[in-house]
Design a protein around this ligand. Structure first.
Ligand code: KG4
Ligand code: ZN
Length: 336
């Protein structure tokens, strides 16, 4: 089944064609440069840019896959979870195409998309497993029982992990997005030079909190004795604290659920230190760990198409009245 995926939930305009787990094209128009001067994503600017480029991005997805419109069997679009103005652009484009081509339309939850980035990248990914989705807009632990059957175990009580990277980078004058900038600087630092808190690190819940960690970094600059600390050490110490909490909470959840594998997905999952720490800790605990291929870590439409194909196989179809919903719980497929 050839599925066109469309994703516009935040600041990436993306379209992809996926055929039975094979990614034939994966086009992403990033708005990073546009938002960098504001130090973060401006929702109004994001939705206007989606309107401008969505047509070209979809056309490019067909051209680079060497496929024509008539070959598409279904259209999957991110309709839940994200910026409302941005979601509406993708949903409208998907509806128009589904109507014109007379093919089924299926709305996908953005977080389910991220779960599928790993399923698509690792065909041998065992089920059930525990999935950590970690990016600029979300930090969530999910028990993936099978594709489409999820239990949310916990999430962030305040900032998402990627958001914390972005805010600290802004504070340190490193620009936007913060994750890659902090990772680069941390590469020159000593991760044990400063001792930062591990928020909720000892609690038995699967929830996260990163705002206290952010405040701890900011407060260091008020302490004259520590003002001279090298920036690379601060970046490395901060990155280590975030990674430490993500690894320990995920492994704790995996143990509680009795699974033998974990997966990590979302923009932050591209981080090399995070991958290294997960691989090392999972190896010691006898757990398998999986990450998406690099082009499927950040927002993309291939993951949306892959999730759509599975939901369609379960017989789920959305109507042309499909709505864009900015904040929706991650639902499981309701099998008839
Ligand atoms: O998944 P994504 O593209 O968008 C959301 O759904 O939010 O993730 C973007 C987030 C940003 O917060 C960015 O700073 C973070 O992923 N990120 C990283 C790295 N690359 C991107 N965080 C840590 N290390 C990185 N190398
Ligand atoms: Zn995302």
């Amino acid at each position: 089944m050839l599925v066109l995926g469309i994703e516009t939930s935040c600041d990436e305009t993306a379209a992809a064609l996926v055929d039975e787990g094979n990614v034939l094209s994966n086009v992403i128009a990033s708005q990073i440069d546009l938002h960098a001067r504001f130090g973060g994503i401006v929702p109004e600017v994001a939705s206007r840019k989606h309107v401008e480029v969505i047509g070209y991005v979809i056309r490019e997805a067909f051209d680079s896959a060497g496929k024509g419109h008539s070959q598409v069997d279904a259209i999957a679009v991110t309709s839940k979870y994200g910026l409302i103005g941005s979601l509406i652009v993708g949903v409208s484009a998907a509806k128009a195409m589904a109507y014109a081509l007379r093919v089924p339309l299926i709305g996908i939850h953005h977080i389910e998309g991220h779960i599928f980035a790993n399923i698509l990248s690792n065909p041998g990914l065992p089920l059930p497993h525990v999935c950590l989705t970690v990016s600029g807009g979300h930090t969530m632990l999910i028990h993936v029982k099978e594709p489409g059957q999820y239990e949310v175990l916990g999430g962030t009580l305040d900032d998402a992990a990627g958001e914390a990277f972005d805010k600290i980078a802004k504070f340190l004058g490193l620009g936007f997005p913060g994750g890659p900038a902090i990772e680069k600087l941390a590469g020159h630092g000593n991760r044990t030079a400063i001792n930062l808190p591990r928020p909720l690190g000892r609690s038995r819940t699967s929830d996260f909190s990163f705002s206290g960690l952010k405040t701890a970094v900011v407060n260091m600059f008020k302490d004259s004795a520590r003002q001279t600390l090298p920036l690379p050490d601060i970046a490395a110490g901060f990155q280590e604290a975030v990674v430490d909490v993500l690894v320990s909470k995920t492994l704790q959840a995996a143990q509680r659920q009795g699974v033998s594998a974990v997966s990590v997905t979302g923009g932050v999952s591209i981080n090399t230190r995070l991958r290294e720490a997960f691989s090392e800790s999972c190896r010691r605990r006898g757990l398998q760990v999986f990450f998406p291929r690099r082009d499927l870590c950040t927002d993309n439409a291939a993951m949306v198409a892959a999730a759509g194909a599975v939901r369609l196989k379960y017989g789920e179809v959305s109507g042309l009245d499909l709505d864009a919903i900015p904040n929706a719980p991650l639902e499981s497929i309701k099998c008839a």
